[in-house]
Design a binder for this molecule. Structure first.
Ligand code: HEC
Length: 127
């Protein structure tokens, strides 16, 4: 009886570790890619601006990126790759969950991130 519970407990731990590992798989941009903020701005405009705002200041559907919550030390570039691939559960705000965004490559996300970082620097959010 006791052994049964230990096996169930061990299996549960293994399964949740596997699930965590899968959702943590980070899409990787092409090695040597030079992320380009100008290219990123266009892709951002087509896929992200509707919620995060054309000026990165948010909308009624999503949070602003020109905000201390999204500086690299709090949301690194990996957070952008993961949010686009897996979506993001509502946790910092009350806009609801972000659904995964289909049809964007890891390279394109790297360009978007470069654009966001450049604008954060201009706005003085990154010091
Ligand atoms: C339909 C609306 C919508 C679209 C489109 C959208 N997002 Fe989001 N995004 C959200 C919301 C809402 C949140 C906030 C979740 C929360 O409460 O923390 C969010 C959060 C994020 C976060 C933070 C994730 C984290 O780890 O906390 C990143 C990064 C992000 N979005 C990137 C993007 C990028 C890049 C695009 C375009 C490719 C995009 N989003 C398109 C709604 C959207």
């Amino acid at each position: 009886m006791k052994t049964g519970w230990i096996i169930i407990a061990a299996a549960t731990v293994l399964l949740s570790a596997a699930a965590a590992a899968q959702s943590m798989q980070v899409p990787q941009p092409t090695p040597g890619l030079k992320p380009n903020p100008v290219a990123g701005k266009k892709i951002y405009g087509a896929h992200c601006a509707q919620c995060h705002g054309a000026d990165l200041r948010g909308s009624t559907q999503g949070p602003p990126f020109l905000h201390p919550v999204y500086v690299p030390s709090h949301h690194g570039d990996v957070a952008f790759q993961l949010a686009v691939r897996n979506g993001s559960r509502r946790h910092h705000w009350n806009f609801g969950d972000m659904a995964p965004v289909a049809g964007i490559s890891a390279d394109e996300v790297a360009h978007i991130t470069a654009y966001v970082r450049a604008e954060q620097r201009k706005a003085g959010v990154i010091r």
